[in-house]
Design a binder for this molecule. Sequence first.
Ligand SMILES: *[C@@H]1O[C@H](CO)[C@@H](O)[C@H](O)[C@H]1NC(C)=O
Ligand SMILES: *[C@@H]1O[C@H](CO)[C@@H](O)[C@H](O)[C@H]1NC(C)=O
Length: 457
Amino acid sequence: MLCECRPQVVISLGALLIIVWVVRLLAVHDGVLTLLFEGSNRQQAESVFVTQAMKVEFPAPIDYKPIQEVCARTQFRPGLIFSCEGQHGGIGMLRNQILKCIRYAIHGGGAVVIPSITLRNAGDLSDIESGKQMSLDYLLDREAFITHLTEGCPGMHLYERAEDFPYYSQRAREPLTIVGDQFEPIHPREGLRHPREWRNFFDNWLDQQSVKLRSDIPVHVKFEQSFLEYPVRDDGEAFVHEFGKILSFRKDTRALAAKVLFELKERFALPIDPANAINPNTFYGAHLRLEEDAIWAWPPDEWRYSRMEEQFGEQFQNLERAGLDVVYVTSGNQTVVDLFTEALNRRLAASPRSDRKNVTVVTKYDLLKGKDRQLLDSFTFDQQALVDFMMMFKASAFMGVAHSSFPWNVALRRHELSKYADYANEGSDLLRDEYSIIMGMAADYPHVDPFVYAIWP
Ligand SMILES: *[C@@H]1O[C@H](CO)[C@@H](O)[C@H](O)[C@H]1NC(C)=O
Ligand SMILES: *[C@@H]1O[C@H](CO)[C@@H](O)[C@H](O)[C@H]1NC(C)=O
């Protein structure tokens, strides 16, 4: 019996052992799989989120129709090429200069050299004019610019360099130089009074220079830098919204901004849907303009909001009103961010225990890790600012000062989603809507540049 059943027992025991081991191996393997799966789950979630967030052109994809309509009013002609000279400053200033140069070139009916950008002196932030020329993709998506402008303005041809223009070597003279507003020397705050006459003024001016346009003897006209003198609203609301979108931020900065947003969502469990332009009840966006170039340009003894405590005070009040717990701060100066955090914590600690809130201040440096952080660190001051620009678009509430073009660019773009048609609302004479506030009143500043009339969001 025993002899007979022993092999069975052995086989059974062996089978049992095999089953036990297979189960153990599978279990361990399964554990490893689960770990791998969780890791790749997060990675996958991040990648889906980033792709989706990058696809969202803020606050809506470009619609070429209004641009095509404006371009159709111009007759483009051969033998004339424009270039945009000396674009400099931070992204807010740059956008205005480039868009305006292109707008004049549309009026003028000529081809355009793809604009370049003057590099800021990294050792002296206030030195924005003397640096070397960088390609457009230093800050902006060059391919997108070409695509958008070609679609929007089919009559306008773009060239890499003026020398690539047909018959350029046969041109009759050295390039002519022009400033966009030179035909209207007295320009009111609201900008040029007769923007639609620009073509006539320009053609008369060409006549005075004895220029006859011929395709085989071309003329090169250089637009010198100018800022905030073109009344953007003259072309109508729809054009104002779409035209600015021909300038899209460079792709790697858009990807980083999407990652910052993802990290913010994960770390604070915020209800951020990347498909939405603005998600309510997520985070507060504070732009602090207190870097040394700002203090230099707008001295604190004259400019109330160049005083740190005044600028912080407005932000704190607005933060309390907004009732948000996460503050995303943008500033080109980390010391300013630290001082802001300390001041906020003091203020919170001094508030009654019953309504004391737990507010966390973060920057892109706190949120990006590993390779992403390395990429961010490799960027210049102005490239890093692009990440914040996009983060500010997405904040549930945003505030900045009136003397900087950065907050105006952000607030005007966000205003497209507002229920208010006008900019100044809810007791402000600057810009205040349900998404953004430009702090204070006009009287709080020695003067306010006419950003609302002259910035394409
Ligand atoms: C940064 O801010 C601090 C505090 O206001 C200031 O002392 C310092 O000069 C600033 N540095 C730069 C580079 O802006
Ligand atoms: C405040 O919030 C942070 C981030 O959500 C959290 O880590 C911390 O524990 C909170 N502190 C208190 C006192 O609730």
